[in-house]
Write a protein that binds this ligand. Structure first.
Ligand code: C2O
Ligand code: CU
Length: 404
């Protein structure tokens, strides 16, 4: 898609269960957001629903069902959605990598142990096989001096990625589809929680070079080579190009932080969560064990573990005003927290201002961490707010924020 174009998509449900399509990260009218029961009646088997909206923001987005997503996404229902800038920065190649993992049985079929209580109460359902665009490892062919815009999308239910591109020059130019001041991340590693995206500019060295590797360092005891970078015989150019890499801004309203209304959000629950809560001097949350028995609520947003479709907002944001959400993760796990219908600035972590005040739609919060985000609530409607570890979402870590 081109920025400013109107998108019209007929979705026909060929499954034998209900589904929807959610356009992750896009700012669109509430009725087009694709959340079953909240913004639309789910699409029944055999039925068609038409989504239609304008592509306001350029960037790297994706789409996926929002009904039993822990299984529908876990089985591969998703796709990348790229909205191009009218004048994108010049590159030699524009490449998209959709990163996923799969829990495969020994015969190669997908394990059907979705929404198991162990996965739900711990780190989510991790797979045993990682793929890029559906392929297991392999070679990534590049040329000396080549500049590549690489769009990374983590569509895994629960897996984090921490990609180390070795000797390739790397600058992040967008996060979650939104431009960010071009920068090299700490240690040159790009960290993506579930649902998060990054656009990076890769500059392949012009000096003769034969092999390099892309390594995933997300799990310390299990670093592994994701791809071999293979250089072609002929150089494309003998130095990095001097083309501009910065992206034009999207039309996002700038929150007025000083005048913003402030709201606190507390995440609790999960395995070993009681310990963290005790350390932080909080009341222990009830019901986690009950949730384990019933497959229900194990994670809590402001004390509530959602069961069934969530319809009542736990927070209302005054429309058109600036708001700061102060979020505390009083659990023993990291959570990628996603708000629908808006992008927000990440202001601070544990009281320390972030380097780039990056715009995101999904923000990673480490155990015991406090993160402040700011936004202008300019998109009316009831919007989902949840952890994008899909097992956590299914086990209660989800709520509705109303903009009115
Ligand atoms: Cu990627 Cu509630 O969504
Ligand atoms: Cu979570």
């Amino acid at each position: 898609m081109r920025q400013g174009e109107r998108l019209r998509i007929d979705v026909t449900n060929g499954l034998d269960e209900e589904t929807t399509v959610h356009w992750h990260g896009l700012r669109l009218p509430n009725a087009m957001d694709g959340v079953a029961y909240l913004t639309q009646v789910p699409i029944a088997p055999g039925e068609t629903f038409t989504y239609e909206f304008d592509a306001i923001d350029a960037g790297t987005f994706w789409y996926h069902p929002h009904q039993r997503s822990f299984e529908q996404v876990g089985r591969g229902l998703y796709g990348p959605l790229v909205i191009e800038e009218p004048n994108p920065p010049q590159v030699d190649r524009d490449v998209t990598w959709v990163l996923d993992d799969w829990r495969l049985n020994r015969n190669g079929t997908i394990s059907d142990d979705f929404a198991g209580p162990m996965d739900m109460s711990h780190a989510g359902r991790l797979g045993n096989t990682v793929t890029i665009n559906g392929q297991v490892s392999g070679d990534f062919g590049v040329r000396q001096g080549e500049r590549i815009r690489l769009r990374l999308i983590n569509v895994a239910n629960a897996r984090f990625f921490a990609l180390d591109f070795g000797g390739l020059g790397l600058r992040v130019i967008a996060l979650d589809g939104q431009p960010v001041e071009p920068h090299t991340p700490p240690d040159g590693v790009v960290v993506l929680g579930p649902a998060m995206r990054a656009d990076v500019m890769l500059d392949c060295p012009a000096a003769p070079r034969t092999r390099a590797q892309v390594v995933d360092r997300a799990y310390r005891d299990n670093e592994y080579r994701l791809l071999d970078v293979v250089y072609g015989d002929t150089a494309l150019r003998d130095g990095p190009p001097d083309w501009d890499i910065a992206l034009p801004d999207n039309p996002l309203a700038e929150p007025n932080v000083a005048a913003a209304q402030r709201h606190e959000i507390l995440f609790t629950g999960g395995m070993m969560g009681a310990m963290v809560q005790r350390d932080l001097g909080l009341e222990p949350s009830r019901g986690m064990m009950g949730g384990m028995m019933t497959g229900g609520g194990m994670w809590f947003v402001n004390g509530v573990a959602a069961e069934g479709p969530m319809l009542d907002p736990f927070l209302t944001l005054e429309r058109g005003k600036s708001h700061v959400l102060e979020m505390t993760n009083a659990t023993a796990f990291s959570h990628p927290i996603h708000l629908h219908g808006h992008s927000f600035r990440v202001l601070s972590r544990d009281g320390k201002p972030t380097a780039y005040r990056e715009w995101q739609d999904t923000v990673l919060i480490a155990p015991r961490e406090r993160v402040e985000i700011a936004l202008v609530a300019d998109n009316p409607g009831d919007w989902m707010f949840h952890c994008h570890i899909l097992e956590h979402q299914a086990a209660g870590m989800i709520g509705v924020i109303r903009v009115a």
